[in-house]
Write a protein that binds this ligand. Structure first.
Ligand SMILES: [Ca+2]
Ligand SMILES: [Ca+2]
Length: 67
């Protein structure tokens, strides 16, 4: 299992295996760095390798590794 899986599951509030723009907005609110829904979509599009508008665990891991 990926070392990022636990973090991923925390963010994935509805447990569908994908992080949506909504879930990213909620995360950033918790981290006290509020993000608009458009900002979240923009952030997702940068790491969304398969272009489905959602971040799966593979894309999430790649993103964190590349930071
Ligand atoms: Ca989700
Ligand atoms: Ca994707």
């Amino acid at each position: 299992m990926s070392e990022y899986a636990a973090t991923f599951e925390l963010i994935d509030a509805d447990k569908d295996g994908r992080i949506s723009a909504d879930e990213l907005v909620r995360l950033m609110a918790v981290l006290d760095e509020p993000l608009t829904i458009d900002g979240a979509r923009g952030a997702i599009s940068k790491v969304d390798a398969d272009g489905d508008g959602l971040i799966d665990l593979d894309e999430f891991s790649t993103w964190l590794r590349g930071r």
